[in-house]
Design a protein around this ligand. Structure first.
Ligand SMILES: [Cu+2]
Length: 512
């Protein structure tokens, strides 16, 4: 039906609300060949858009919170587990047998303890990149904590049978801050992450749970992850071209469910804390006929809600949004609209169905969320400037011409705690790269290329970011405070396959 649909018409149609347009798509999957005009970087002779619109599935599933042991540590047992995803049996890599992993909750000022036991089988096998399998560790993505000792230290690793006892001092953590955790052993991150190892990490609001400007709203942590199941296993990596592209799965799930149904009362406001935990899939989020009121980003809460119709969420990025049920009633699709990250095939995916039900209420949006949130205002001309160039060639990723193979063979930035720097990152490839730096969040000064809404949003609102999309053949500039902690850490592309093939550098933060 959609043959000959032009890009412009398609975009107009989607922004007008998709629900009424693809009437007749009962198979849940349809293909529309679109003209290649304006798509840029696509394949030969046209860009394919696939509509992935599965029927409404199981009731919305809330990820349980992890359990603490008698020593006050959250216990994470890394193990293979047989589960069912979308009805299909699959053996996944899991924390505590769960997919996704359990929610870790903590508050500013806590000493967060996590005991990770590597219960994966002993093996001498290596993956196609030549890295030993089943060695793992934990990266607390987003936390402003020490990269040294037993905290967010990527040099710590556990072989099968070994245990790591992590302790994170959250003295300087940001309240109301959505993060996540996943393995970070170079060369095997993509496989372990794709195989299931990831979970949410929530820092409570300043006022504690259930209080403050956002505490009164029904809150859902939405962990979005994709996977392809093949012969009862996560589809294996069999070629370096899969690492160059980054894997996108044919099941895109919210909290491990395909198109779950979430109830909302008419007039109700809900808070959705959303993580893009996909290896390589960009999510271009839009809730049919509803606004998304952005109240938080990677680095914490914003000053006030910002009304958006769509928001791009790259791998590794998080958003905290309010949704108000301000329609008369019905079911509404929470979608990922087509977005061209530099691939020839695009998808529109129905992620979740929001179903009005129950007694109506009249919740209101907050006028103010986090009055302390502000954009840094400083004289940039005096600050050190770093030039970081991302590129890809012949099965490898590079930062400033160096493909990471170890801490001693990496492009390295040396910084001093208590200072500010400007990082200018340019992308010399035909694919977007979500750039992630550990430990310190940044503010975005400029973005050239890519999605104009993304650029205007993050260069104007008081957002803190630890993942910034560097558009294909584009660039971004960011202001990076180097604060509170010293130690060796890293920055890399969060298409985790790209990290594994070397698009990573070392950040050596030293007291001098
Ligand atoms: Cu990349």
């Amino acid at each position: 039906m959609a043959k000959g649909l032009s890009r412009r018409k398609f975009i107009t149609a989607t922004s007008a609300g998709v629900a009424g347009i693809y009437v007749g798509l009962h198979a849940g999957l349809a293909r529309a060949m679109m003209g290649s005009g304006g798509m840029g970087g696509g394949g030969m002779g046209g860009t394919t858009v696939t509509i992935v619109d599965p029927p409404p599935g199981a009731p919305y599933f809330e990820i349980p919170t992890a359990v603490k042991n008698s020593a006050g540590a959250y216990e994470l047992l890394v193990k293979e587990a047989k589960l069912r995803l979308n009805g299909a049996p699959v053996t996944l890599l899991t924390y505590n047998g769960m997919y996704p992993g359990p929610v870790i909750r903590a508050a500013q000022g806590d000493m967060l303890k996590v005991r990770m036991v590597n219960g994966l089988p002993k093996t001498t096998s290596t993956n196609i990149l030549g890295h030993r399998r089943n060695i793992t560790n934990i990266h607390t993505h987003g936390l402003h904590v020490s990269p040294s000792g037993m905290a967010d230290n990527m040099m710590m690793m556990a072989a099968p049978g070994e245990t790591l006892d992590y302790e994170y001092d959250l003295a300087y953590e940001e309240p109301g801050h959505l993060n996540f955790y996943h393995p970070h052993v170079h060369g095997t991150v993509a496989e372990q992450y794709w195989g299931g190892l990831a979970g949410p990490l929530v820092i409570e609001d300043k006022e504690g749970r259930g209080a403050g400007p956002l505490g009164g709203y029904e809150t859902h942590v939405m962990f979005i992850k994709d996977i392809t199941i093949s012969s009862g296993l996560p589809e294996p990596y069999t070629s370096t071209s899969q690492f160059m592209r980054g894997k996108e799965g044919n099941l895109v799930m919210v909290n491990g469910r395909v198109n779950p149904v979430l109830s909302i009362r008419p007039g109700q406001v809900q808070r959705w804390q959303i993580v893009n935990a996909c290896n390589a899939r960009f999510l271009n989020l839009s809730l049919d006929r509803h606004s998304l009121w952005l109240v938080g980003t990677d680095g914490g809460l914003l000053d006030k809600p910002y009304q958006l119709s769509t928001i791009l969420l790259a791998p590794g990025e998080r958003i905290d949004v309010l949704v108000k049920a301000d329609q008369a009633g019905g079911n509404f699709k929470f979608l990922s609209l087509p977005y061209d990250r530099g691939m020839s095939s695009l998808q529109q995916v129905t992620l979740l169905t929001l179903a009005y039900s129950g007694i109506s209420t009249s919740d209101t949006l907050p006028l103010s969320v986090n009055p302390a949130a502000a954009r840094l205002n400083m004289n940039l001309t005096l600050l050190p400037r770093r030039q970081i160039t991302l590129s890809m060639m012949m099965g490898k990723g590079y930062i400033n011409g160096i493909s990471f193979t170890g801490m001693d063979n990496a492009y390295t930035i040396m910084s001093r705690p208590g200072t500010y720097e400007v990082w200018e990152i340019s992308n010399q490839s035909n694919m977007d790269h979500p750039f992630h730096q550990h430990v310190n969040s940044c503010q975005v000064l400029s973005i050239s290329g890519g999605d104009s809404g993304y650029a205007s949003l993050y260069t104007t609102i008081p957002a803190w970011k630890d993942v910034v999309t560097i558009p294909k053949m584009g660039s971004a500039t960011m202001l990076v405070p180097v604060m509170d902690y010293d130690g060796m850490t890293m920055f890399h592309c969060h298409i985790v396959e790209h990290e594994d093939i070397g698009m990573m550098g070392v950040w050596d933060i030293m007291m001098m």
